[in-house]
Design a protein around this ligand. Structure first.
Ligand code: NAI
Ligand code: MG
Length: 352
């Protein structure tokens, strides 16, 4: 089994290294993994002139799964897209047709004390935000800025074909069917034509999944319910822009962005696994970043692309145990806990 490791920029390499340690630890017995590293992001642009070199993209497409760190820095964010490290990821998602982005949000009981929200609201939170990743207002045309009657006008187009809605809806129902069998579709069908179509198509797909309870929420109401009663959600399926915003809000339920993994899958189930966080230039190279998001990406990769649920669980259990033993990185530090650096946290998980 072949895993492409694209560690990228900033804290990407240091956190990804800890995920590889955990994967090697669970592979001590039984089938081994082959890891191949390749450059992406600013690191690739600086050496090859392209943030997504053809060799890297080809490796990612060939591999059984991709473990990704982070790409881009504040400096390169200001350059034209083709010179921007962060743009490499958008290109790779599009090229591999990774339309389904799963972001699980779990409240680790060990960390609830560190959250700003009430314990009663957080206990037992276990939900997935499924965000459509290759369509919507981020890609629709016409787009751009032009001059109309002497003033500038900015234009983006919210566009979905029913085929694009249908495939992500199926992914949502399938995910819910393996969990608590509740799917909440989030849209803005009351004001947007695209979203009226979204609601209609999701409802049609729902007839194939009588065992899953389907509800619909408008995105504004959904954002409120997500904070007030997060426990009631199982799987949330939504479009690209609403998913972007809702999943960052949901991320804060767990206490730190450094705890959250995500998976982006295509129709063949091949996928790219990346922490929700970015390259965190402010803390890069200081051995203080939380590697657990990346470590948990390793678990998702095993479960969803390699079909190794038992090994995935061993990684997740190891993370829970290390937290229960009171080990913390700086971002989740509490009174009485033992502070570990990035490498030491990775070692602790691998040992467990
Ligand atoms: P960020 O997620 O990198 O950082 C936001 C804040 O969270 C920072 O204060 C950072 O120190 C902290 N943080 C992030 N990950 C952490 C971890 N594992 N442990 C402890 N603290 C952590 O987001 P920001 O600052 O908006 O972006 C920084 C750069 O990363 C930008 O160039 C951006 O374009 C890029 N980026 C890349 C992404 C990707 O590759 N998927 C996603 C988001 C941003
Ligand atoms: Mg975002």
């Amino acid at each position: 089994m072949h895993i492409a490791v694209l560690a990228g920029d900033g804290i990407g390499p240091e956190v990804t290294r800890q995920a590889v340690k955990a994967l090697r630890a669970v592979a001590a017995n039984g089938p081994q993994f082959d890891f191949t590293e390749a450059p992406i992001g600013d690191a690739a642009y600086d050496t090859t002139g392209d943030p997504l070199p053809e060799a890297t993209a080809a490796l990612a497409e060939r591999a059984d799964a991709v473990l990704f760190g982070a790409a881009g820095t504040y400096e390169s964010d200001l350059r034209p897209p083709e010179q921007r490290g962060g743009h490499a990821l958008l290109r790779l998602r599009k090229r591999m047709d990774l339309f389904a982005n799963y972001r699980p949000v779990m409240a680790f009981p060990e960390l609830i004390g560190a959250s700003t929200l009430k314990r009663e609201a957080l206990e037992g939170v276990d939900l997935i935000v499924l965000r459509e990743l290759t369509g919507d207002i981020y890609f629709g045309t016409p787009r751009g800025v032009h001059v109309e009657n002497g003033e500038r006008v900015g234009i983006n187009t919210m566009r979905y074909t029913e085929g694009e809605i249908r495939r992500v809806a199926h992914a949502g129902f399938r995910a819910a069917a393996t969990r608590r069998k509740k799917l909440c579709s989030v849209d803005k069908a009351n004001v947007l034509e695209t979203m009226a179509l979204w609601r209609e198509v999701v409802s049609e797909v729902g007839r194939d999944y009588p065992e899953v309870e389907l509800t619909h929420l408008y995105v504004d109401a959904a954002s409120m319910h997500l904070i007030r009663r997060p426990r009631d959600f199982d799987v949330i399926v939504t479009g690209n822009i609403f998913g972007d915003i809702l999943s960052d809000a949901a991320a804060m339920l767990t206490g730190s962005i450094g705890m959250l993994p995500s998976a982006s899958l295509n129709a063949e189930g091949r996928g790219l696994y990346e922490p929700v966080h970015g390259s965190a230039p402010d803390i890069a190279g200081k051995d203080i970043a939380n590697p657990l998001a990346s470590v948990l990406c390793g678990a998702m990769l095993l479960r969803h692309s390699l079909g190794q649920a038992e090994r995935a669980e061993r990684i997740e259990t190891a993370v829970r145990r290390v937290l229960a033993e009171g080990y913390r990185t700086a971002d989740i530090m509490e009174d009485g806990a033992t502070r570990l650096g990035t490498e030491a946290m990775g070692d602790a998980v691998a040992r467990e």
